[in-house]
Write a new protein. Structure first.
Lengths: 185, 185
DNA sequence: GCAATCATGTAAGGCGTTACATGATTGT
DNA sequence: ACAATCATGTAACGCCTTACATGATTGC
């Protein structure tokens, strides 16, 4: 069983979901495509960690709802005592930043302004999540506590990323002003 | 050519390196093992993006130094105009946090205190990097500028992660105090 | 009309990890 | 003694992405 499987088990322990819905729920914390999740869920059902039923829908396509079994809950509880792998990040922007000195300042502006928008969207996404969480439910032992602290982390990180982007854009603006004033002299 | 290859090309454009050194240099921004990097570099040499020479060392094992070619520089410059993929993060702690309500508060303390140490190390690592960068070199067009803004981001992110961890640990402490006082009443 | 969302699935191939293999030097 | 660091490489396997396949509904 890999980490993603345990993550899906954890989401299903909170409430039953379709594969499609699980894919959307896990996105903000672990980017996985439907083509990875569907076979994984099928495998977990074969191992009796999950059970499923088809639900007919009139306006939308039929969906397969997965429910966690007692064996699944057992495996999930065991997972909580296992060592946690360090976080892995792969951000092309960091690698691109290494080679910034090769291109002109216009490209640099485009790159960080584009990224700024992404961070702003991210910030607003987590602000929306936090607004939907009733604050009196946010204490340890409650399922809402996890949503609360995860959304708070998402918001804090997005705010920092946004701050960094603005700072970089300021440095670029300062440089552009200095070089144009040199031209005028 | 994948993103990691361009990242390695970008590092080699700044200065020549061995495969081992490249593995260490790219770690903070893109986690890749030597077993992935060595065959990649060999492939890039076959495509004439790099050239290599063996350097003998008396105290340490011999090393193969890679140098970027003019063709490699050309490919790297072209890359700077291509769209940038969004950042991908896989953090087991986030998935573990979903299922926090299943385990007792002692486990929760262990988990976030362990992570706190990692964030503190990360913060100190980037502080060290920043201290080694001469501030007068930190403007656009200079190679040091990239190091400066990347290390600044690393530091800002680590500080935020640390702040978040302390905040979570505080919430856990508050909860523990409330529940023990209930027991006393 | 065209794109997006909802919904599930498979197949091929590329990306990445773990393990194997070797071997000297340095620090605990 | 034992672990860590330096240094390069290969092989097997698992993770993950891209593309293929289908099809209804909703909004622009």
């Amino acid at each position: 069983m890999n980490t993603l499987s345990y993550g899906l088990l954890g989401l299903l322990a909170r409430r039953e979901s379709s594969g499609y819905e699980l894919m959307l729920r896990i996105q903000p914390f672990w980017q996985a495509k439907h083509s990875q999740i569907y076979p994984l869920l099928a495998g977990m059902e074969e191992k009796h960690l999950l059970s499923s039923r088809w639900v007919q829908q009139s306006d939308k396509p039929d969906k397969k709802i997965y429910v966690i079994t007692e064996l699944g809950m057992q495996k999930l509880r065991e997972w909580m005592y296992m060592p946690i792998a360090p976080s892995v990040t792969k951000d092309e922007l960091s690698l691109r930043t290494f080679s910034l000195w090769l291109s002109d300042i216009g490209i640099a502006f485009d790159i960080y302004e584009e990224r700024r928008k992404i961070y702003l969207d991210k910030k607003q996404y987590f602000e929306g999540i936090l607004q939907g969480i009733p604050k009196d439910m946010c204490h340890f032992g409650n399922k809402e506590f996890s949503n609360y602290i995860l959304a708070s982390k998402g918001l804090m990180m997005a705010e920092t990323e946004l701050k960094w982007c603005d700072w970089v854009l300021d440095l670029l603006k300062q440089h552009r002003m200095q070089t144009t004033s040199v031209h005028k002299q």
